[in-house]
Design a protein around this ligand. Structure first.
Ligand SMILES: [Ca+2]
Length: 492
């Protein structure tokens, strides 16, 4: 009996030594996580993604040095500020209709990360809802510095605040150019975090670039101004029918028909903002290296969604074409394959479970999110079976393999594209009789997706609206964030 007890105690001792060694091992290898989020950045406005004009060396390094997801999408939005639900979905791992715009009653990503022993830091745009309660959604952050609550601002006049305590912030201050302010805060945080503390950090840098106003600092404007910009392959002077959102804020930043030279100027300004942000990302990477954190930091680069910028005669993100709902996404870091990618369909909201998993959290908390590291850690990662996107109650889209159906419920109209033959979504096959079974097949998938994601809106509105869009007589009103030269150049 005595012997058995001694044997048991010895076993317990060995086990506890083993467990404590394991914990120590785990602690020393728990990675820091840096999440860099751009605002309104098209996946194809990046050098490493094949854009021959734009200069984005630091973003390119993340893409070529890490693992990319070539088919990453924002699920959509209930309203014109697509940025807000996109961020709420990423913070909760919940799909659009399961999170809506209210994070008051839901535990969000940084709160989980704190429980995993992470020090959490956020800077930049924090835009989770449309109803001015966003500061209450800022929870689980140990440090909040140069935070902007709201959807947009003049890049030179960003009102930023620092967190004092939960829902308590310093007064709004105007301190400098957006991307530089957010980078300053991130560099300070990273540089001040002890590399040897064993306490990992989660740093979230949410840039407002390249969201309009498209006003890069002069030296970045000079990179592209007056140079021959490439018009998007699907540029059109005007969208061929009324999408339901033809005159919203983003769409009125130029008039109709869209002029090639005006679109090229706006692309040059957009690229300037992106290259400037890229330079700032370089400063963050330098801070990681200089502080000894680089080797143990997972870097995630993404955007909240894309932007039309002249594609299909549109400018904004309030449509379901690839250029607007697709976002860039790359993940680089220790043990992550270099220069690899997948075409599997994923949502941005899948970053929730992915980050949780990097932090060692139990997968039972992942809600609706996939774990994207499964793409390189398992042999059977398939992503999402289909890609379902929505905009207000006026547009629905589903993509299955290379086929994509966009449905406009209010005008009872369909578009069918084969993205292998027609990656720029220019040839609508929906009217062609030989593709009717394909339309019907995709419509069924769309209905199933609506059921799965609790989409409350009908695919066919009771009252059919007109497809016509006539901009003549429409007076474009400038928003308060556009600086004088933009107003002069594009509104007069
Ligand atoms: Ca955005």
């Amino acid at each position: 009996m005595k012997k058995t007890y001694r044997h048991l105690s010895l076993m317990i001792l060995c086990c506890s030594i083993f467990v404590s060694c394991q914990n120590k091992e785990q602690l020393s290898t728990t990675p820091n996580i840096l999440f860099i989020l751009a605002d309104d950045l098209r996946a194809d406005a990046i050098g490493a993604n094949g854009n021959p004009i734009i200069k984005t060396p630091h973003i390119d390094n993340i893409i070529t040095g890490g693992y990319s997801f070539n088919n990453t999408y924002c699920m959509g939005s209930h309203h014109g500020a697509v940025c807000a639900p996109s961020r709420s979905m990423m913070l909760t791992g919940k799909s659009l209709n399961h999170v809506y715009a209210d994070l008051d009653t839901v535990e969000i990503l940084p709160q989980f990360l704190q429980k995993q022993g992470y020090t959490t830091f956020a800077t930049g745009k924090y835009h989770t809802d449309f109803y001015k309660r966003t500061s209450r959604d800022f929870k689980g952050w140990d440090v909040g510095k140069n935070v902007m609550f709201g959807g947009m601002s003049d890049h030179y006049q960003v009102p930023v605040q620092d967190q004092i305590a939960y829902d308590t912030f310093t007064p709004k201050l105007i301190k400098g150019f957006s991307s530089e302010l957010f980078t300053d805060a991130a560099v300070d945080f990273i540089s001040g975090h002890e590399a040897e503390s064993g306490d990992p950090f989660y740093a979230y840098i949410s840039y407002t670039a390249p969201h309009d106003p498209r006003t890069p600092p002069d030296r970045f404007m000079d990179l592209y101004e007056g140079k021959d910009m490439n018009l998007p392959a699907n540029f059109k002077p005007i969208h061929p029918f009324h999408t339901g959102w033809m005159t919203g804020r983003d769409e009125i930043l130029t008039g109709w028909p869209r002029e090639e030279s005006v679109i090229k100027d706006q692309i040059a300004e957009y690229y300037g903002l992106i290259s400037h942000m890229d330079e700032q990302i370089g400063r963050v990477i330098d801070a990681l290296k200089n502080s000894g954190h680089y080797e143990n930091t997972i870097i995630i680069f993404a955007a909240d969604h894309g932007l039309a910028m002249g594609s299909h005669g549109l400018l904004g993100k309030q449509n379901l074409y690839e250029h607007s709902m697709k976002a860039p996404l790359a993940i680089m870091g220790p043990d992550i394959p270099v220069g690899k990618s997948t075409d599997a369909f994923v949502y941005l909201l899948d970053l929730f479970g992915t980050i949780m998993d990097f932090a060692g959290a139990d997968r039972k908390w992942n809600r609706e999110s996939l774990v994207l590291s499964d793409a390189w850690q398992t042999s059977d990662f398939a992503g999402r079976e289909y890609m379902f996107t929505t905009y207000e109650d006026i547009q629905r889209a589903v993509r299955v393999g290379d086929w994509k159906l966009i449905r406009y419920p209010k005008i009872h109209h369909n578009q069918l594209f084969n993205l292998t033959e027609d990656p720029h979504e220019l040839t609508n096959l929906a009217e062609d009789k030989s593709y009717q079974s394909k339309v019907e097949e995709l419509m069924k998938v769309m209905q199933a997706a609506q059921e799965k994601y609790n989409d409350p809106h009908p695919l066919t509105a009771a009252k059919k609206e007109s497809m016509e869009f006539d901009p003549s007589g429409f007076v474009r009103k400038v928003d308060r964030h556009q600086p004088e030269w933009v107003v002069k150049k594009y509104f007069n």
